[in-house]
Design a protein around this ligand. Structure first.
Ligand code: ADP
Ligand code: MG
Ligand code: MG
Length: 839
């Protein structure tokens, strides 16, 4: 194996082997840019070293050979007392891990060579400064001496400290310095902070780092020397211009360390116009070559410019969009390529309002950043109360230990949700994300909140503040809402342009999950091509609960029919409003899904009321009936119980009422395209029974509607070939399919064991957040294949949380679904990702 590459031999395509820094140094050298001579030791060598604790066979000879070549190119020799070559030994892995591993500068300085360096440069102080830096950096990195142990500023003092800590003298053999430095850089791959960083950034731990040995150039040789960093465009906004910092008379690390004040790069033009102009032209060359924003490190040694590093630079979400669009304008990339430069996650970030922190607000707590955004309101601890307080327009933050479906009205009324329990997949988090509402979960606070206290929560950072922190609305959302023109500013223009292109490219259509006309209207403004899921159970809450109670308590067919008859017009009006809003577009309405007891008061509350009434010698009447019903309907596993299609088959007239309401609404709204969806089907017979009755009703009322089913029970996926014969469409309910596929309850797992599962590496991301391709995804593949074989042209989509998750959208594209459906707020994200999946 070849372990060492000269810069002239490498290139950025060899990143795996040479790391990002090495690959890009070679790339710059090949472009003819002024890079000091050097070579790169491969990640292969590092992996071998980390495995065996020894340099692999042949490495030392190769280093010797490349060092000789380096000496030739640099025109001076390593260890030459008259005119020594010095080198830097720099880490650099495939993925950038800024500041996580080690770099040692000025390697090659000894008591013998330091005088030569002073003589050549005519600067004794400088030579001493370099030597001091070396002893300190080497001592820290190779020998583990704490950085702050080095006090005082003479070389003698530094050498004494070195001896004190290590029990031996600072090595006076340059080659020994070099070899031990290389090993130390290899070893720094496994430093504690590097390991932690990789875990956080999901960088594989077995890649290893390359090591770059680079001839030193000196920015600390007086006023006509210096060092700096620069970006080819503004990494915050994407604007073109000159962005960088420069520090005169300094060595590389001083800029980042922030010990001295840097000056803006523009000012270099006055100090050293020749170097400045050359730098500008090099940056243009780099952008032209990489066709992207680059960041660079450079050093000027006595008026001569040297390039020390470049890479495609990190940027904010806004800059990503602006830059991608600019590069198209500049003819460097086409629109397809531009789509690959932005992500749905970035777009989602741009849609949330942000806090303006200039007032320095008081932070009172930290929790899980569960649903991004910035929300301000008065703290209210009860959902009913939240709805009351919010009724007159007062902004509310709903503060709960945790939330459950009963809190929905409060959550809808609130600006944001703050809980003290649960994490990213808790009920509060999932529902808040669905609604595009800010949420911080599992928060601990330093102060006790009282109802009415003003609080501000930052769902992007997971922070809680006391008082009202000013909020800035997102211009991107204002554009979607039609409040800003598509060319309002560079960011909006870029988003509009890339989304338009994504729409042109994508094969998946994008629908929204929406239950109300208001949600539907917003979804439409955000680009939804229909409603993929209207949950009818949300229409049974609030005042209508009593009607559902009457249905449940009905003892005779007449009572039941009366309750259903009372519900019918309400449902019809709901559907009419929704269909009107979406006229011309498909609207998939799901028949009622949750277990009925969810509409009854909690058992304990009722039991207490009944007991109190009896104690007082009163007749608990209605409460007693309710309590009986709660007992009767009680299930140990309600999510696996009497719900979905089972409910429809067991409660006479319930589904029929809903179908009639849909049909009558559809008959009223010209251009409406209602679709009826049956939940929780596991066997074709269930669907056939419901379908037969629904078709009868549709025919009676004289409207046409497609009838399809959710695929959310594993058995449905596995018998999709049969079920397809009774279905006009499938919609994957990936929340339940994940829940039942894995056999764990979404509402309970988060606190219970997900943390350990992440730590054990059983999954890197929650399968409720991003589709589990191997398991649940396989069920989906099977159902798509067998469904389409049995029923060519079967229309297939997905309506779970995953429909708006960027990675999952790519999966749904791959398996050939027709559409994804997600919360209105996620619609633009899904549009973008569906486009990205298709290019
Ligand atoms: P990091 O990856 O942490 O940025 P680097 O390997 O880039 O570490 O080096 C740290 C600092 O030392 C940088 O500012 C870099 O520009 C500077 N540096 C590295 N090699 C040399 C060299 N041969 N001559 C002068 N400065 C150098
Ligand atoms: Mg660097
Ligand atoms: Mg479901």
């Amino acid at each position: 194996t070849k372990y060492v590459y000269d810069f002239a031999e490498g290139g950025r395509d060899l990143k795996d082997l040479l790391g990002g820094k090495g690959g890009n140094l070679a790339e710059m050298a090949r472009l003819g840019l002024p890079v000091p001579p050097g070579f790169t030791i491969t990640t292969d060598a590092c992996r071998a070293f980390l495995r065996t604790g020894r340099a692999p066979y042949g490495l030392d000879d190769e280093i010797e050979l490349h060092l000789e070549r380096l000496e030739e190119r640099a025109g001076r020799r390593f260890g030459d007392p008259a005119d020594p070559l010095l080198v830097s030994v720099r880490s650099g892995a495939k993925f950038s891990m800024p500041g996580m591993m080690e770099t040692i500068l000025d390697v090659g300085l000894t008591d013998a060579t330091v005088a030569g360096l002073a003589a050549r440069t005519g600067d004794e102080r400088f030579a001493q400064d370099c030597y001091r830096r070396l002893i300190q950096m080497y001592g820290r990195t190779v020998c583990g001496i704490p950085g702050d142990a080095f006090t005082g500023d003479s070389v003698e003092r530094h050498k004494a400290i070195f001896r004190e800590y290590t029990g031996h003298d600072f090595p006076q053999d340059p080659r020994e310095q070099l070899d031990t430095a290389i090993r130390a850089v290899f070893t720094s791959w496994n430093s504690e902070r590097a390991v932690l960083y990789r875990r956080q950034e999901r960088i594989p731990s077995n890649l290893g780092t390359a090591v770059n040995v680079v001839a030193m150039v000196f920015g600390n040789l007086g006023a006509d020397s210096g060092t700096g960093v620069a970006f080819t465009r503004d990494p915050a906004t994407g604007e073109r211009g000159v962005y960088g910092d420069y520090l005169a008379n300094a060595q590389g690390e001083d800029v980042v360390a922030g010990i001295r004040n840097t000056m803006p790069l523009q000012d270099l033009e006055q100090r050293d116009k020749a170097s400045y102009d050359e730098l500008m032209s090099i940056m243009a060359t780099l952008e032209e070559h990489y066709k992207d924003l680059c960041d660079i490190e450079f050093t000027i040694e006595r008026g001569k410019l040297w390039m020390l590093q470049t890479r495609v630079g990190k940027r904010t979400a806004a800059a990503a969009f602006v830059i991608a669009s600019q590069l198209v304008d500049e003819g460097l990339i086409d629109l397809d390529e531009a789509l690959t430069r932005v992500t749905g996650t970035q777009l989602a970030q741009l849609m949330f309002p942000t806090f303006d922190f200039t007032g320095g607000p008081r932070r009172i707590g930290t929790g899980v950043a569960a649903s991004p955004g910035a929300a301000v309101g008065v703290a209210v601890f009860d959902s009913k109360r939240a709805a009351e307080v919010a009724a007159d327009g007062t902004p509310v933050i709903l503060v709960r230990r945790e939330t459950n479906p009963d809190d929905l009205p409060g959550m809808i009324a609130a600006q944001g949700i703050l809980t003290s329990r649960g994490g990213k997949t808790s009920h509060a988090a999932v529902v808040a994300r669905g609604m595009g509402k800010t949420c911080v979960c599992g928060a601990t606070l330093d102060v006790e909140l009282n109802e009415g206290d003003l609080v501000s929560i930052d769902g992007t950072a997971g922070a809680v503040y006391l008082g009202a922190v000013p909020v800035q609305p997102s211009p991107v959302v204002r554009y979607f809402e039609g409040e800003l023109a598509p060319d309002a500013d560079p960011l909006v223009r870029a988003v509009d342009r890339l989304l338009t292109h994504a729409d042109k490219r994508r094969r998946l259509s994008v629908r929204a999950n929406a239950d109300t006309a208001a949600d539907a209207a917003r979804a439409r403004r955000f680009g939804a091509q229909g409603i993929g899921l209207c949950r009818t159970e949300h229409m049974f809450l609030g005042a209508r609960r009593t009607l559902v109670e009457r249905l449940i308590l009905a003892r005779t067919a007449e009572q039941r029919e009366a309750a259903l008859a009372a519900l019918l017009p309400l449902q019809r009006d709901d559907f009419t409003a929704l269909l009107r809003e979406m006229a011309g577009l498909p609207v998939t309405i799901r028949l009622i899904d949750p277990p009925l007891h969810e509409f009854l008061p909690p058992l304990e509350e009722l039991a207490v009321r009944v007991a109190r009434a009896e104690e007082r010698g009163e007749d608990p009447g209605h409460d007693r009936d309710l309590l009986d019903a709660v007992h009767r309907l009680h299930e140990d596993n309600p999510m696996l119980g009497l719900r979905g299609v089972r409910l429809g088959l067991v409660i006479p007239g319930l589904f029929a009422m809903q179908v009639r309401a849909i049909a009558e609404a559809a008959a009223r709204v010209p251009g409406s395209r209602a679709e009826i969806m049956v939940p929780l089907v596991g066997a074709v017979q269930e669907l056939e029974t419901v379908r037969a009755e629904a078709q009868r009703l549709l025919a009676e009322i004289g409207v046409a509607a497609r009838i399809g089913t959710m695929i959310e029970v594993p058995r449905a996926a596995l018998t999709a070939g049969e079920i397809a014969r009774a279905a006009d469409f499938f919609s994957f309910g990936t929340n339940d399919l994940t829940q039942m596929g894995w056999g764990f309850s979404r509402d309970d797992v988060e606190g219970a064991f997900f943390r350990q599962y992440f730590e054990l590496g059983i999954f890197g991301v929650s399968p409720f957040e991003s589709i589990d391709r191997d398991g649940v995804g396989r069920l989906i593949r099977i159902a798509v294949a067998e469904g389409r074989t049995a029923h060519p042209g079967l229309h297939i989509g997905v309506c779970g949380e995953h429909g708006g998750d960027p990675d999952s959208v790519h999966f749904f594209h791959e398996v050939g679904l027709d559409y994804v459906s997600c919360s209105p707020f996620r619609v633009p994200v899904a549009r973008l990702e569906a486009g990205r999946a298709a290019v």
